[in-house]
Design a protein around this ligand. Sequence first.
Ligand code: ADP
Length: 632
Amino acid sequence: MRKKLFKSESKRLLDLMINSIYTNKDIFLREIISNASDALDKLHYIALTDESVREKAGAGEINISVDAEKRLITVSDNGIGMTAEELEENLGTIAKSGSLKFKQELSAEDRKKPENEIIGQFGVGFYSAFMVADELTVISRSYKEDTAHIWKSEGASGYTIDECERAQIGTDVIMHLKEDTDAVKYSDYLSTYRLRSLITTYSDYIRYPIKLPVEKTREVGEGEEKKTETYTEIETVNSMVPIWRRSKKDAPDEECFKYYKEKFFDYNDPVSVIRMNVDGLISYKAMLFIPAKAPFDYFTKEYKKGLQLYTNGVLITEACDALVPEYFRFVKGVVDTNDLSLNISREMLQQDAQLKVIAANIEKKISAELKRLLEKEREKYLTFWSAFGVQLKYGVINDYGMNKEKLQDLLLFYSNTEKQPVTLKSYTDRMKENQKNIYFACGKTAQDIEALPAVKLAAEQGFEVLYLTDEADEFVMKTLMTYAEKPIVSVLAEDSGLVSEEQKKQTEEKAKNAEELLKFAKEKLGESVAEVTLSAGLGESASGMNAKGGITLEMEKYFAQMPGENHPKAERVLELNPEHPAFKALENSYKKDPEKAEKLLKLLQGQALLTAGLPLQNTAEFCKLVSELMHE
Ligand code: ADP
């Protein structure tokens, strides 16, 4: 067959492999073995529902052999095999595994860091064989066919595919090792001792036996004739007990973390591993991980939520969606049970009542672990929170707040008195006796919020205020409404209780007296405000911007970022401080020089907008007015 070229992105990775800039070449074997194991998983899954395939599928095993003279290592499996098209598709194209994409997402700077040497961390699969081999041959027979095919490549120049024979279904990957150099002795890999150690290090948990011919010695003959002879015995090298089936003693956290990183393509340790071993009506084992960072595709449609599901040693699905609720979609891991019916289809699986029982338990376990981290390992929780806090917030808001009770104690908000993120529980524990509400204020940054007159007012009364800087925050508070029976209230709300009834009454009185001026103000400012009022809550500020009706200023900002037009707008209320000298000046000029009064009003409105983090109505005009103030 004519030589074919690799697809361009495959070629790039191939170049990396061939030139082998990665230090940890050892991992090639793990990659090839894990492909063999996947191929066995796939075949056994199909065999569940297809009798004819079941007959062809033997007990799964992976055989490794070595031909030292010819410098060959062969990894054989009796798994699903590949047709000619599949050989072409799977081995001619890479980047199906997320690794390459992931690497592209990293900045050039990050890519250089040793901890991000991705190939050393987790799989790039098949091509990693080119780190040690200068020629690769794959002989494969698919379970669908009687003919086999041979795929051959000497690296970047391309590959060929031809027909050939193979007695049984499955795949052989034959690697011809590179010549030794001063720096690397590739022939070390020809030692079964070396291979054995690679298998026990990297592939011990593979569920199928990995068999290797091991050289042994024995005594033969009697008396004078007695001598030692060497012979080869095929040995199963791996323990075959998957990590999640082992006790904590046999699978310490570090080992689980290693497994997690390889399996789920992460280069960070997770913040936590959760082990479950349930014996009951439904028995199962599970190992769950709470990641420390969101994967690059986490907020895209490509991200697949769910846990791996094994029943009776067969991998049913890579991502069983029904096992984790949406708001914990960051959790990765595996569930292994013998209690699910085997010939169930993937669609029906979602409905399975037993699965729901497992899912409910898993949810409780995740909640409990997150609470434990929050209370006992705060640093780790903060790491988790910065990656997935937003997810929990949306969990509160979504489904009409149905899950708010489950999630509210996991939320953190920045507190202006504690100077750090706090829980609602700790806030209410600190509340003053005379404090009726839980207070929050929204803005872009803590600095912006700090400047709000209403926040100052709360501070003067010794009340703690939660600073909300995240888009979702205000919606979260609106959904929660109360915590521990305490109303959660914006410092800007009319009924915030920060201004005394007495003061309110006085201000109302003043507003009545200034009725004409307020009417004039509304007229001059036109559609840009819904109302102009006096407020006793402005402290030292001359003016402030607030909103009436259901949409707050923060919500308006949030909607404004969404695509499309005609976003909901807040009904803006310009509040003036009757105690401020600026108000006196306004009153005076209203009587004597209405034109000047209009200018002052625009200045007061501009200030209020800026303090609220909103854009000015007319920047040029505002600047001109400010400059005018500076005239002698
Ligand atoms: P990944 O395993 O991450 O998908 P690889 O480059 O390792 O990427 O392999 C590409 C594809 O080739 C696999 O997804 C699989 O479909 C196929 N493949 C590799 N090795 C085998 C094998 N031993 N048996 C059957 N298919 C295989």
